[in-house]
Design a protein around this ligand. Sequence first.
Ligand code: ADP
Ligand code: MG
Ligand code: ZN
Length: 493
Amino acid sequence: MSQVQGQDDLAVVIGLEVHVQLETETKIFCGCSTEPAAEPNSRTCPVCLGLPGALPVVNEAAVEAAVKVGKAIDATIPERTRFHRKNYYYPDLPKNFQISQYDAPICQDGKLEITVGDEHRTVDIRRAHLEEDPGSLKHKGGSIDTAEYTLVDYNRAGTPLLEIVTEPDFRGSEEVRAFLAKLEEVLEYLGVFDPGRDGSLRIDANLSVVDAEEVSDEGAIDEDVLEGANRTEVKNISSHKGAEKALSYEAQRQKNAIQRGRAVEQETRHWDESRGITVSMRSKEAEKDYRYFREADLPPLAVADWKETLDIPELPDARRERFREEYDLSAEAADKLTSSRAVADFYERIADTFDPGLAATWVADELLGELNYRDMEITDVEGRLDEVERLVELVADDEITAKNARETVLRSMLDDEDDPDTIVDREGLGKTGGGELTQAVDRAIADNPDAVEDYHSGEEGALNFLVGQVMQETGGSADPGDVNQLLRERLEE
Ligand code: ADP
Ligand code: MG
Ligand code: ZN
């Protein structure tokens, strides 16, 4: 009889296949627009409908985007890359084959650094290949197994995808989450991906459970063990949160099976988001089932030197390090300010014009804080960044108090869409200074002889009282620091 294993004796192994929608204006093999359209089947042509005789032409922009990703993940770009046909029948696939890549994918052997807690880890990326997205199915009156009928929309058919395949390097869902976040960040920096777009990142996760003793302290597992482990492929995961839930569920399901002495079936499972479970879809298809063969309608592409000629921007990790050194930022501030390329670009613009520390406060804390509160992103106020810059200028030039800038002007800018100067005028927030402030200070001194006496006998609290009087008098529009200083000067005269 085999020994019964406890759950602690079992370790989880995960490998990912991530489909990234590349942001191009037109589809990968035809001139149809990739913009989502309200009208089904309105963005189609003979090529993406798979009509007889129609011939594909590769979209250069999609190939460029893939090479940029390859450069960012430090992959090898082969001398020649070529396309294959992956044959299968499904109603969203009008040609009955998908143009994909097989033995010469555009990116090979890359890697991505992730951070989990304080630990840095490298995830190896086996390959990344280009392919066309199928169309989409709309199940009417139910889900896939209960619908009365199903409609098909080919607008999405032919959207360029990059399928990124990792080695089975993950040992838990936390690492998966860190990887997905990092990948999204890099893709966004490269400008090849729109994280806000529905379905722009779709994840298939392969999961197996092995004997914990097979895992070394560094997390390494023998090749034979990995190959021998029965794994499932969980499809239909569309978010980071979904990935975490689906993987926890699937890990537990497999552990339970093993504990009860049942073998884990090698199969494809479907993540049912609404029910929070994975369900068996079909026994896993093998490579030979797809009858891969060369796509004779597309010539091989010589792309190796594109890696040299195509430029990519500074990537998040490098930018984070540079921000810390160049602008003397804390790790936390640097993290926030490099969380997206749009945020980092805006920070640099402000930091180079004003003080880097003031810029960090205004971009990382005030602006991102207020945007986050409203469920907005910096890209939602892209057209108004000049106005935010003007607001920082008003503070930097001491024309309004930081408190008013934050609590009144910025909030009103976001809620009422007014520009900062209009709000300052309307709310009378221009700082009380010069003669007006001196008068208010002198009046406070004249009206409160007791407090003045207390101050001279060394009671610091008396000064705070006088500052309060002046602030009240000026309706809060004076700078407390200025008031404090001016009061001391007048009291010492
Ligand atoms: P297939 O031929 O079935 O597509 P691959 O070897 O190409 O299998 O791997 C597909 C995915 O499965 C990869 O993401 C890989 O990391 C993952 N994978 C391989 N072995 C395991 C395993 N033992 N446990 C979990 N995932 C694995
Ligand atoms: Mg596969
Ligand atoms: Zn088309």
